[in-house]
Design a protein around this ligand. Structure first.
Ligand code: B12
Ligand code: SF4
Ligand code: SF4
Length: 228
């Protein structure tokens, strides 16, 4: 019989079978947390990926999937497997109202936003994301939260800021409308939409985790740029 203390490790192992991994967990102790107030989850474990780790497992699913949003559907298929194995509830980053994934990540790994809005990791750089979180009604034994270094603090040149062709990336704010309009233009369609976000590509942190070309294009296409 496996105890509550082993759950995090077993969940991590189950996720690794899909090219994902457990990305830390949180005890939801504050009544201010919606997850506690509305659903009674005492522990949350985040599940995500670094680099293209899940792409090999996802590709066959994507090719066979004939509906919209194949990555969301794939995430749900894994989430359902985990739910039945662990008796937990899968919470997805793409379901509305948005679960506060970024606030949770800040609390588990102490990550901070890059000028692009997304959180930067000292090893993975900007090349990481989250596919689900798992809510447990028990207080699990979890790894202690860590406070990782924030690479942007010591990045002198900030090439992410200079390499965006429309100046959407700035140290104090990310201009979403400017980025999205550019992505819908001819220059954007033949630039960022093909090669991936220039600003993200310019960041020198975590080069070995850079997404493959196929994955980069997939994520850009998933942004569904607004027409100008
Ligand atoms: C809506 C959304 C967007 C919107 C804009 C966000 C906005 N401010 O409106 C759009 C469509 C533009 C977007 C774009 C991208 N996003 Co997005 N997005 C989300 C989503 C679904 C909800 C964010 C939210 O509003 N949460 C509500 C509040 C209450 O939650 P919160 O965590 O407390 O809030 C934080 C965020 O709002 C964040 N924030 C504030 N301003 C901005 C601006 C941007 C661009 C982003 C990304 C975040 C951000 O700061 C808040 C405090 O921590 C999250 C998933 C999720 N559920 O969290 C992904 C998420 C934040 N996105 C993510 C990513 C990777 C991207 C893209 C890189 C996608 C891509 N092309 O590959 C781009 C980045 C921009 C670019 N250069 O192209 C990742 C970030 C992972 C990380 N390392 O931090 C997330 C967590 C999804 C995931 N599955 O992992 N995104
Ligand atoms: S280029 Fe520098 S400032 Fe920009 S995200 Fe990377 S480390 Fe941060
Ligand atoms: S996708 Fe292109 S326009 Fe948008 S932030 Fe990145 S470099 Fe700038």
């Amino acid at each position: 019989m496996t105890g509550v203390d082993d759950v995090y490790g077993r969940l991590d192992a189950a996720l690794k079978g899909h090219g994902l991994m457990a990305r830390g967990g949180l005890h939801m102790t504050e009544d201010a947390d919606l997850a506690v107030r509305e659903y009674g989850y005492r522990s949350i474990v985040l599940a995500g990926h670094a680099g293209s780790s899940f792409w090999r497992q996802f590709e066959p699913f994507r090719k066979a999937h004939d509906g919209a949003h194949p990555l969301d559907a794939w995430s749900r298929s894994i989430g359902e497997e985990i739910e039945s194995e662990f008796g937990c509830k899968a919470l997805y980053p793409f379901d509305k109202p948005w679960w506060p994934f970024q606030s949770w990540i800040k609390r588990t790994e102490g990550l901070k936003p890059s000028p692009l809005g997304i959180l930067i990791h000292p090893e993975f750089g900007l090349w990481h994301g989250y596919r689900a979180a798992f809510g447990f009604k028990e207080a699990l034994a979890l790894p202690a939260p860590v406070a990782l270094d924030h690479a942007c603090d010591t990045c002198q040149d900030k090439p992410c800021v200079s390499d965006c062709p429309v100046g959407a990336v700035a140290e104090d704010a990310f201009d979403i409308p400017a980025c999205r309009s550019h992505l819908a233009s001819d220059r954007g369609r033949s630039g960022c939409m093909v090669s991936g976000c220039f600003a993200r590509n310019a960041c020198p942190v975590g080069p070995k985790y850079r997404y493959t070309q196929a994955q980069l294009r997939f994520h850009m296409d998933a942004l569904e740029p607004v027409p100008t």
